[in-house]
Ligand binder design. Structure first.
Ligand code: BG6
Length: 518
């Protein structure tokens, strides 16, 4: 019996060690009636509540313009939860909902913030009133105004000397170019210290994206190969078979370069290629990412055509269904020039990666929703088997499959049984679900917990966001000057415009299709 108790204690202690220490706090969501709140934030918070990861006590306040009693908001949230989330234990909803409140107010009205202040004090617990997460799920043009009001009302303090903390979470897009990102950074840092600002990139909350670092730095066999001496080329594909759906208005302004490359793809690239950080602390990690992003070669405006390809989807067929062209989507101009596909050839000018091409592509309405990083190694000398095997003698590759069917594949050549010397590629396959079970926490779950725990490792630092903009800005500027050409269009359900093949810098380089999703 005693042994069982000790074992139990040990296991609880291990679990506690894995859990982050979290202080009682209130999470105030600006933009409470928006899509992000319903689809991502509330499901993530509810999940955290069910697994007892939220602080105890913890309160959630939704701040938005429309008047609404708490009970109505809770009801709406529950309906959305049933619609958008699976595998939730709804028997716990009432207990969770008892901590959820609504605050009606205009973002620019000081009286609304006084009301919020009063509501917080009404919780009767100093920590709930002063340890605050402000989640700005609103348009970026409102970030600075809301932060200013929060600061003026005393809810957001740059240095809280009494041991309380306030944090501001901002969603992408963080600016629309380098200039606007700098300005936004300047405005926000008037009201909050950089360490209080959490810029979200939800890709960093994905388990498989985090695993890139574990894979690289917790294994000695691969890291030795992770450089220009062994790697011939790297391909990063983030494909989506969905179109822009109801987000045409936003997407018209953004386009694939801003929507996916400036943030998610450059983050993945940085994790795949950065040097090992000195420690796992936020600043050490982010220093290395910034250093890497600074060594991504800036595309010379005169070279944009050679290094970057854009495309826009026409009508086509996805999963046997006819789908409309981008220009026919809701809130999209019939002569829109917005790109729904981007292909790039990037170069990293540092000691480790000099000379290795990084082919990157992302697009809407591609044949597959699949994201992966393929590290293609240099071929063996073509002396022994080339004659017999010809093109079958593919070079080795490691694929980090980010989603779906998360896993890692190692591709190498093996002998086909029999008396001939036939060789063909075979695969070793690590599958996340098979190894760890099918539960993969949602990115927002992890990220919200990190904010509450005050760990900014998985968030984008000021210099990081600005450096990322400086990589995409020259491309964006060159594209803005010219309309799309007929060859830039691709049929929905295909791998983008044919011009994307021209990015390859060698005849032996070809875009590789992601592994099948089933
Ligand atoms: C978002 C983009 O940031 O990421 C969307 O705005 C895109 O356009 C989405 O569809 C992709 O995220 P995920 O997690 O589905 O790969």
């Amino acid at each position: 019996m005693e042994m069982l108790e000790q074992l139990d204690e040990l296991l609880t202690c291990r679990l506690d060690n894995r859990r982050k220490a979290v202080d009682p706090c209130t999470i105030v969501i600006f933009g409470a009636s928006g899509d992000l709140t319903a689809r991502k934030l509330i499901p993530a918070l509810f999940h955290l509540f069910c697994e007892k990861s939220l602080p105890d006590p913890c309160r959630i306040i939704g701040f938005a313009r429309r008047p609404k009693p708490d009970a109505d908001w809770r009801k709406e949230l529950l309906e959305d939860l049933k619609k958008y989330s699976k595998n939730l234990d709804l028997t716990k909803w009432d207990a969770f909902a008892a901590s959820v409140f609504y605050c009606e107010g205009e973002f620019g009205d000081p009286a609304a913030y006084a009301k919020l202040q009063k509501q917080l004090q009404g919780f009767g617990n100093e920590k709930l009133a002063k340890n605050l997460v402000f989640y700005l799920a609103i348009s970026p043009s409102q970030f600075a105004g809301v932060s200013e009001q929060l600061s003026k009302s005393g809810l957001l303090q740059k240095e809280d000397k009494n041991g309380f903390w306030q944090r501001v979470v901002v969603e992408k897009p963080f600016g629309h170019d380098l200039e606007s990102a700098r300005q936004l950074n300047q405005e926000l840092t008037q009201f909050a210290h950089e360490k209080q600002i959490y810029r979200i990139d939800h890709y960093l909350g994905k388990e498989t994206v985090q695993n890139i670092l574990m894979f690289r730095f917790a294994n000695s066999i691969f890291e030795q190969l992770w450089n220009r001496r062994s790697v011939e080329q790297v391909q990063i594909t983030v494909g989506e078979n969905l179109g822009v759906g109801g987000r045409g208005g936003y997407y018209e302004e953004a386009g694939a370069l801003r929507d996916m490359v400036q943030n998610h793809i450059l983050q993945v690239l940085a994790l795949v290629t950065m040097e090992p950080p000195v420690t796992l602390e936020a600043e050490a990690m982010r220093d290395e990412k910034v250093k890497l992003l600074k060594s991504v070669r800036q595309v010379d405006p005169s070279q944009v055509k050679l290094m970057a390809v854009r495309g826009q989807y026409k009508e086509g067929v996805i999963d046997g269904q006819n789908v409309p062209a981008y220009r026919q989507e809701e809130k999209v101009k019939p002569d829109s020039n917005t790109e729904t596909y981007v292909g790039l050839r990037l170069a990293i000018d540092n000691w480790r990666w000099a000379g290795v091409p990084f082919y990157v592509r992302t697009g809407k309405r591609l044949p597959q929703s699949a994201s992966e990083v393929r590290i293609q190694f240099r071929p063996t000398p073509r002396v022994l088997f080339a004659a017999q095997c010809g093109p079958n003698l593919d070079s080795n590759a490691i694929t980090l499959r980010l989603q779906p069917n998360e896993g890692i594949f190692l591709r190498f050549n093996g002998k086909v049984p029999g008396s001939s010397t036939e060789i063909r590629p075979v695969r070793m396959h690590f599958d996340y679900d098979a190894e760890f079970g099918a539960y993969t926490p949602e990115a927002y779950q992890r990220l919200l917990l990190e904010v509450i725990a005050g760990d900014s490792t998985l968030f984008i630092r000021r210099d990081e966001v600005e450096t990322a903009w400086s990589i995409v800005d020259p491309i964006r500027q060159a594209w803005a000057k010219e309309p799309l050409k007929p060859e830039d269009f691709y049929a929905a359900g295909t791998w983008g415009p044919a011009t994307a093949d021209q990015l390859m810098c060698s005849d032996s380089h070809k875009w590789r299709k992601p592994h099948p999703t089933t």
